[in-house]
Design a binder for this molecule. Sequence first.
Ligand code: ATP
Ligand code: MG
Length: 425
Amino acid sequence: MKTLQAVRGMNDVLPEDSALWQYFERTVADLLTTYGYQQVRMPIVEPTELFKRSIGEVTDIVEKEMYTFEDRNGDSLTLRPEGTAGCVRAMLQHGLLGGGVAQKVWYNGPMFRHERPQKGRYRQFHQIGVETFNLTGPDIDAELIVLSWRLWQRLGISNAVKLELNSLGSAEDRARYRDDLVAYLQARFDQLDEDSQRRLASNPLRILDSKVPETQALLTDAPKLADYLNDEARAHFDGLRALLDEVGIPYVINPKLVRGLDYYGLTVFEWVTDQLGAQGTVCAGGRYDGLVTQLGGKPAPAVGFAMGIERLLLLIETLDCVPAELARQVDVYLVTLGDVAARAGLRLAEQLRDALPSLRLVVHAGGGSFKSQFKKADKSGALYALVLGEDEVAAQQIGFKPLRSGEEQETLSWQDVPARLAESI
Ligand code: ATP
Ligand code: MG
C-alpha cells in the first residue's frame, strides 16, 4: 500500500527541529510580554465573508489563494489566510474595542494560502502577528517597529534585515492618486504586462510592486503617491520618521511599497532580507484605521504587523544564529539493570525531579544490557549517565558517569545526587 503523504506545501516540524521553533516562539512571547502585549487565540476557521470583506475581493489572497469549503450546514468557511481579520472579528465580537480603550495583542499560529510551494513559501505557514487598537500614532507605529527591531537583535539577525517604509496616505489621497495613476497607465496600456493590464481595472496600486522590468520602467515617470498625501498624512509619516531617528533605527523609504491587502492606509512597512532569495520579506505590516468600521464596528484606529516564522527560522539558520544550547536536549540519562534497579530507578528519578524541577532527565525504557543502554545515553546528548544495578540499590548508591569528558565514573550515595547534579549542570 502506498504510504500517505502530507498535503503539498504543508510541512511537519520534526523532533530535531522543534527546539528551534520553541526557542523562537519563546523569545517573541517574552519580548511582547515585556512591552505589555497580551496573547489572543482565535479559531483557524472563519466565515469566508470575513476575509472577503477585510482583505478585499480583488486581492491575490481572496481571488486565488484561499482554502474555502462548505461545511455540513452548507456554510462557506475558510482556513484563515492571515490573522488580522480574525483578530479584529474577535476583538469586536467581545466588545474589546469600545470606549476608545487601547488594546495591544498578539497571536501565533498556522495560516493557509494556496500558493506555489518553494523555499520560504508554503501552503500552511506560521505567523506571529501583533495588533494594536484605539491608538492613532505615530508613536504606536514606531513602537511596533522598535519592538521588532529589538527582536531581530535578540535573535542575532539585525544585520541581515532592513526596514522599508512608505505612507499610503488617507483613503481620499489614494483615490485621487488611483485616478491619476490609472489615467497615466491607460495611455500606455499596450506596454503593460498581462497581469498589470488586469490589475489596472481591479487593483491598480498593486501594479507598483510588479516584478516585470518593462512595467517598472514605465512607472519611472508615473505620478508618485507621496505627492498626493494630505497635510495630516504627511505629518503622521514625518512623526514616525522622527521617532525612528530618535531611537536610531535605519530605514529606507520605498515609494512602491503598497502591500497586497486592501485595508492598509498611512504607514506601511516591511522588514526584508537579501539572504533568502525571492522570499525576502520576513515581517510586514501597517496601519488599518478603516478595517474595524468595514467589519461593522465603531471607528477604532489600528496598526499591526505579522512575521513569517518559517522565513525567520531559515534566516536564523542561514546566519548560523541557532543558539548552541539548543543542540543538547538532555542533561542526564538513567540506566538500570534488572527489575529491582528499574523500580528503584523510577523512584529515584522522581525524587530528582522534585529536587531539580528543570533537570532534563531521561529514564531508559525498554531494558537491554548496560552496553546498549550506554549507547542510547551517549546518543541522547546527555552530559552524565546515572548507573543503577542491584548492588547499588542494596547499598543505596548510584554510579555517576561523565559522558562528555574523560573523567572517571564515581560512586555517590543517593542523598548526594541532587547536589552533585546541581553543581555539574
Ligand atoms: P509575499 O509578498 O512574500 O507573498 P505577503 O505580502 O503575501 O508576502 P503578508 O500577508 O504580509 O505576506 O504576511 C506576512 C509575512 O508572512 C510575510 O512577510 C512572510 O514572511 C510570511 N508569509 C506570507 N505568505 C507566506 C507563505 N506562503 N509561506 C511562508 N511565509 C509566508
Ligand atoms: Mg503573498
